[in-house]
Design a protein around this ligand. Structure first.
Ligand SMILES: NC(=O)c1ccc[n+]([C@@H]2O[C@H](COP(=O)([O-])OP(=O)(O)OC[C@H]3O[C@@H](n4cnc5c(N)ncnc54)[C@H](OP(=O)(O)O)[C@@H]3O)[C@@H](O)[C@H]2O)c1
Length: 335
């Protein structure tokens, strides 16, 4: 099968880092499924894995030392079940599925645990469905970490990117009043997703505005903890999802600082790391099928262009999600 092989850490567009190769097709274990990947998502997380930065990622299951442990990168994907392991009962050959794997999605075939897959939303194409697993970050950040309830006010900093465009729609679906922060070029796009109020950060400072929020989901991490705390109601929750710390420890500076500061104030600090799971995929499928949220696909690339796609998402200026089209690209085998 054709696949993108992660040879070493570095710039994704460097052919010594990511190479388009023909490798053997993986074989599913008893609890696993072989999926013919039709489309994959290319996210900021994949960029971290490929560059190996922040360096701490190299110590995690996504990394490896001195070289990447996982041969094929890529996590979010949608496709069709090609074979199932002996103990898999929930899925059958031919089922259309989507989900988020640990690695391996930038390839024509992928093996992953059956429990991390859900049926593809019936109203989405495979390309669109490959952009849905991002939404789990927004869902877990708002609903679980933030405890966002209907009628509450939420501030979403970084509302125009891969996670932010989902966050605006999910917060509205949860019944919240949404204030979104983005740049001028994204104001109309974010408003169209349902934001009640949009702050253009090039013209207005969300800290100086005087509004108070029950939850702040921070997808940028460009403001001090004191600034973020100051926009919260007395029992408000700050949910950082990103931020600062440079190449060594990345967002951990903010996490430790926030945990310490929450010892001295009633405002809460709730950090989280998105954990892929089937229940959330089913909730997102329901939301999408009910017409309450949709992916916002900014760019599409071919499998051999994964390096270029990751270079784009690594710039941090995305206007939605980026997907890799695998079935249907020139030279791909017929599914
Ligand atoms: N905790 C977790 O488990 C988890 C999971 C997934 C992602 N993340 C993190 O979440 C963050 C967001 O991910 P993403 O995929 O949405 O990123 P993304 O697709 O790169 O989007 C970033 C967005 O932020 C906007 N932006 C840049 N500077 C801004 C500013 N000062 N104020 C407001 N918006 C600004 C950018 O547009 P403009 O440049 O036009 O403003 C862009 O649309 C990343 O740091 C990622 O690592 C965490």
């Amino acid at each position: 099968m054709n696949a993108i092989v992660h040879r070493q850490y570095g710039a994704p567009e460097d052919p010594e880092v990511l190479a388009f190769e023909t490798i053997e097709r993986p074989v599913p274990g008893d609890d696993e499924v072989l999926v013919r990947v039709h489309a994959a998502g290319a996210s900021v997380g994949d960029h971290h894995v490929v560059t190996g930065k922040p360096y701490l990622i190299r110590l995690s299951p996504f990394g490896g030392l001195p070289r990447p442990r996982n041969r094929v990168p890529g996590a979010a994907m949608a496709g069709r079940v090609e074979a199932v392991g002996a103990k898999v009962t929930a899925l059958r050959v031919g089922d259309e599925v989507f989900g988020q794997a640990m690695s391996g999605a930038f390839a024509e075939y992928l093996v992953m645990p059956a429990k991390l897959l859900a049926p593809k939303p019936s109203n989405l194409s495979f390309e669109e469905a490959a952009a849905v697993p991002w939404a789990a970050t927004a869902l877990q950040g708002l609903r679980d970490a933030g405890g966002l309830k209907a009628g509450q006010k939420v501030l979403i900093n970084g509302a125009s990117g891969g996670v932010g465009t989902w966050a605006v729609q999910i917060a509205k679906a949860l019944g919240a009043e949404v204030t979104a922060v983005c740049s001028s070029r994204n104001v109309e796009r974010v408003r169209a997703l349902g934001a009640d109020d949009v702050i253009d950060y090039t013209a207005q400072d969300f800290v100086a505005g005087g509004s108070r929020f029950d939850v702040m989901l921070d997808l940028v991490g460009n403001r001090s903890l004191a600034d973020c705390r100051s926009v919260l109601t007395p029992r408000g929750v700050y949910v950082p999802c990103s931020g600062g710390g440079g190449d060594w420890i990345g967002p951990f500076v903010r996490i430790v600082g926030g945990l310490l500061s929450s010892l001295f104030t009633s405002r809460r600090f709730k950090t989280f790391i998105m954990t892929p799971n089937r229940n959330d995929l089913l909730s997102l499928k329901e939301l999408v099928e009910a017409g309450k949220a949709r992916p916002v696909i900014e760019r599409r690339y071919a499998l051999r262009e994964v390096g270029e796609a990751l270079r784009h998402v690594g710039e941090g200026r995305a206007q939605g999600q980026t997907v890799i089209r695998i079935v249907g690209e020139p030279g791909a085998p017929t599914p």
